[in-house]
Design a protein around this ligand. Sequence first.
Ligand code: IPE
Ligand code: IPE
Ligand code: MG
Length: 251
Amino acid sequence: MGIFSKKSQEPTLQTADRPVPQHIAIIMDGNGRWATRRGMPRYAGHAVGAETFRTIANYCKSIGVKYLTVYAFSTENWKRSQEEISAIMRLLGNYLREALQDMDKNRVRFVFFGDLSRLSDDLRELCELAQERSKTYEGVQVNFCLNYGGRDEILMAARSFARACMEGKANPEDLDAAQFSSCLYSAGVPDPELIIRPSGEIRTSNFLLWQSAYSEYVFTDVLWPDFTPEDLEKAIAEYNGRSRRFGGVKK
Ligand code: IPE
Ligand code: IPE
Ligand code: MG
């Protein structure tokens, strides 16, 4: 069964009467606490969190979200125990194998943000295969942030721009925000209008540092394994109530 092949969650709420952000980003946080509170090992929380991801991705697809960016593993998450890291990587591998099986039916585009070179060969190949095989699909695009860090991404982009300058293909004086954006993992993807962080933490933890300049944040105490389409709808409603001014004055 594929990552999006579990019975698609039909929108149970009224969804047609409000604008939906075209790009939603989520920091999928709180798996460990969810498990610990139940006396379970942390990886059990990651397994349930993975189910939540399936449900929320299907739901986003059903309400017409064009881009869903999910923070799955940060450049700092390598500080965790080898046992926990292995469990997370195993879960990711399982998802991707399933997703590849059902790809033609689900038509979800997978893109990976992050330095995949630190992953095992098997997992990296699964990521590359999923990205390559889904690149022409027109459904929701899921940007999977894996070994991703906002600072790391900016450094990677700065290095690639510096290389282009040294090769005579770019000129430092011409660098502007649009050109720099095109050097990031998110090249071609509009900035997220809405970034959601469950779990009660009020910080970015190195997520989309460049792209979030004018994103609206919604923080909720719900732990990611408990996060439901209703919670997503609440976040969208909160977003729809915000006054976005981008530094200007509201007309
Ligand atoms: C998020 O949940 C998943 C990853 C960072 C991989 P956590 O594992 O951070 O859960 P908490 O924050 O410890 O509860
Ligand atoms: C952010 O959560 C990373 C992911 C959800 C993948 P963390 O749990 O790693 O962040 P901190 O440690 O609370 O800042
Ligand atoms: Mg956490």
